[in-house]
Design a protein around this ligand. Structure first.
Ligand SMILES: Cc1cc2nc3c(=O)[nH]c(=O)nc-3n(C[C@H](O)[C@H](O)[C@H](O)COP(=O)(O)OP(=O)(O)OC[C@H]3O[C@@H](n4cnc5c(N)ncnc54)[C@H](O)[C@@H]3O)c2cc1C
Ligand SMILES: *[C@@H]1O[C@H](CO)[C@@H](O)[C@H](O)[C@H]1NC(C)=O
Ligand SMILES: *[C@@H]1O[C@H](CO)[C@@H](O)[C@H](O)[C@H]1NC(C)=O
Length: 415
C-alpha cells in the first residue's frame, strides 16, 4: 500500500514552541488543511511563554502586511480566511516607497502593484489587533493552548521522537517533559530550540548600519510629504538616511541611520539620555529640512531606540534536524531595514502546514518547505543589503544613484 499524504502525522503529536505570527499561522493552517484529509487529526499543543493578554498587548507598533506578491503576508491572511476581519482593523495603503533628498526633492519611487484579488498592496494594522485576531481564531480550533509556558530545551530520542522540556507557569519551578513526533520551533529570534539543535548558529551578524529613532505623535496631523507612504530621506552623499513609516494620521515611526561600528541595542532611556538621543539625531542629520526636526522633537518618551541592523541567514532542514522544523524568526532574521519579518513568519506557517498535508513523509515535506521558504527569505535578505548600500551611499556611488534616479524620473514622466 502506498503512503497517503499527511499520514505520517495522523494521530501523532505536534508541539509548537512559540505563539508569535509563525506559530499561530501554522496551527490555523494545519487545522484548516487537515479537513481535506480523511485521517485522524494530530494532537497539537502550542506553548507560549507569555500569558495570553501579555502576548497580545506587548510591543505597541503598527505592522505593514503586504499584498504585492505571492510571497507576501496578506496572501497567507487570505488563505487563512481572515482577510475580512483583518481589513476591518486596517488602513489600506498603496505600499509606495518614496525616496526624497535632504531638502525634500522627490528622487524616486517604488510603486508595487496589488497581487491577485487582494484589496491593497499594503495593509497597516497594529500588532495587537493582528495578534488578537489570530489568537481568537486559534481558540476556536482543537489546538491545546498553553499560555505562560515555555519550551526550554529539546532532544531527539533513539526512537526518532523529540523530547521537549517544558516549564509551565514560567517563574515557578514546575517543569516536565513531553515527547512528540514533530516539534515546530516558532520561538523567535533567540530560539532556545535552535540553541539545542544548532548551538553554533546563535549569533546574529551586524549588517553595518545602526538606526536611532522612535515613534512620534503630531497632534495636528502628519505633515506632507510623509503623511501617507513609506519614505526614505537621503543625504547628498554624506551617508545618512531616515526612514519614515506612518502608523495613522498622527503617529509615525522614524529611524535615522548611519554606517559605522556596531552600537549596543537600547530601548530604555532616562530623560537625559532621551534628550541626548534627539540631539544626536538633529546633529547627525542637520542637512535634513523640516519636517525632520518636528518629527524628532515629537518623539514619544519610552519609544526611543538604538537598533543595530542584525540579521541571520536561513538554514535548510537536513537529516540531522529530522522531526524539528524552524519557522519565522527562529530560522531567519532580517535586519530592521526590511520590515518584513511578520510577513515571512505568516507565510512560513502556512507553507509548513500545506507541505505536511501534501507530502507522504516528513522529509519530503521539509524539503518542499525549504524550497518555498528559503528563496523567499533570501530575496528580502539580498534586497536589505542593497537598501543599506543605497541609503547610506557616499561619493561616486551617490553620483551613480543620483543620475540613475533622474533617469527613472524621466521615464516615469514619459509613461
Ligand atoms: C518595531 C518593529 C516593527 C516591525 N514592523 C514590521 C512590519 O511592519 N512588517 C513585518 O512584516 N515585520 C515587522 N517586524 C518584524 C516582526 O515583528 C517579526 O519578524 C515577527 O514578529 C516574527 O514572528 P515570529 O512568530 O517568527 O517570532 P516572534 O514574533 O518573536 O514570536 C515568537 C514567540 O515565541 C515566544 N517564545 C519565545 N521563546 C519561547 C519558548 N522557549 N517557549 C515558548 N514560547 C517562546 C515569544 O514570547 C513570542 O510570542 C517589526 C519588528 C519590530 C521590532
Ligand atoms: C511535496 O508536495 C508538494 C506539493 O504537492 C510537491 O510539489 C512536492 O514534490 C512534494 N515533495 C516531495 C519531496 O515529494
Ligand atoms: C541572493 O544573493 C546571493 C549571493 O549574491 C545569490 O546567490 C542568490 O541567487 C540571491 N538570491 C535571490 C533570491 O535573490
Amino acid at each position: 500500500m502506498t503512503a497517503q499524504q499527511g499520514q505520517f502525522l495522523a494521530g501523532k503529536r505536534i508541539i509548537v514552541a512559540g505563539g508569535g505570527f509563525a506559530g499561530l499561522a501554522f496551527v490555523l493552517a494545519l487545522d484548516q488543511l487537515w479537513q481535506s484529509l480523511t485521517l485522524d487529526r494530530p494532537e497539537v499543543l502550542l506553548y507560549e511563554e507569555n500569558g495570553r493578554d501579555e502576548s497580545i498587548q506587548k510591543d505597541a507598533y503598527t505592522l505593514c502586511i503586504n499584498g504585492a506578491s505571492q510571497d507576501d503576508g496578506l496572501v497567507a491572511i487570505q488563505q487563512l480566511g481572515l482577510l475580512d476581519e483583518v481589513r476591518e482593523h486596517s488602513t489600506l495603503n498603496g505600499g509606495d516607497i518614496r525616496v526624497w533628498s535632504d531638502n525634500w526633492k522627490w528622487l524616486s519611487s517604488i510603486n508595487p502593484t496589488v497581487y491577485g484579488n487582494l484589496p491593497a498592496a499594503t495593509m497597516r494594522i497594529t500588532r495587537q489587533n493582528l495578534k488578537r485576531i489570530l489568537v481568537e481564531r486559534v481558540e476556536q480550533t482543537q489546538t491545546v493552548l498553553k499560555w505562560g509556558s515555555a519550551c526550554t530545551s529539546a532532544e531527539r530520542l533513539s526512537n526518532g521522537q523529540i523530547r521537549v522540556s517544558i516549564s509551565e507557569d514560567v517563574g515557578s519551578a514546575t517543569s516536565s517533559t513531553l515527547d512528540c513526533d514533530l516539534l515546530v520551533a516558532a520561538d523567535g529570534a533567540n530560539s532556545r530550540i535552535r540553541a539545542c539543535f544548532r548551538p553554533n548558529d546563535m549569533t546574529t551578524q551586524y549588517a553595518g548600519a545602526t538606526q536611532i529613532g522612535g515613534i512620534s505623535y503630531l497632534p495636528d496631523g502628519l505633515p506632507k510629504p510623509i503623511d501617507q507612504d513609506f519614505s526614505l530621506q537621503m543625504s547628498s552623499g554624506e551617508g545618512v538616511c531616515c526612514i519614515y513609516h506612518p502608523f495613522d494620521s498622527n503617529t509615525i515611526d522614524w529611524a535615522l541611520s548611519t554606517v559605522g561600528p556596531e552600537r549596543e541595542a537600547k530601548t530604555n532611556f532616562t530623560p537625559d539620555e532621551f534628550n541626548q538621543l534627539k540631539q544626536e539625531a538633529l546633529k547627525t542629520a542637520s542637512m535634513f529640512q523640516e519636517p525632520f526636526k518636528s518629527v524628532v522633537e515629537a518623539t514619544i518618551p519610552g519609544t526611543a531606540f538604538i537598533r543595530p541592523a542584525k540579521e541571520k541567514p536561513a538554514f535548510q532542514h537536513d537529516a540531522r534536524l529530522h522531526g524539528v522544523m524552524f519557522i519565522g524568526d527562529a530560522n531567519h532574521i532580517l535586519s530592521p531595514f526590511e520590515l518584513l519579518g511578520a510577513n515571512l513568519a505568516l507565510k512560513d506557517g502556512w507553507d509548513l502546514a500545506e507541505q505536511i498535508c501534501r507530502n507522504v513523509s516528513l522529509d519530503a515535506a521539509a524539503a518542499s518547505y525549504d524550497r518555498l521558504s528559503i528563496p523567499r527569505f533570501q530575496h528580502d535578505f539580498n534586497f536589505s543589503h542593497e537598501r543599506i548600500g543605497f541609503g547610506h551611499c557616499t561619493g561616486s556611488k551617490w553620483m551613480f544613484y543620483k543620475y540613475g534616479m533622474a533617469a527613472q524620473r524621466a521615464l516615469k514622466k514619459v509613461h
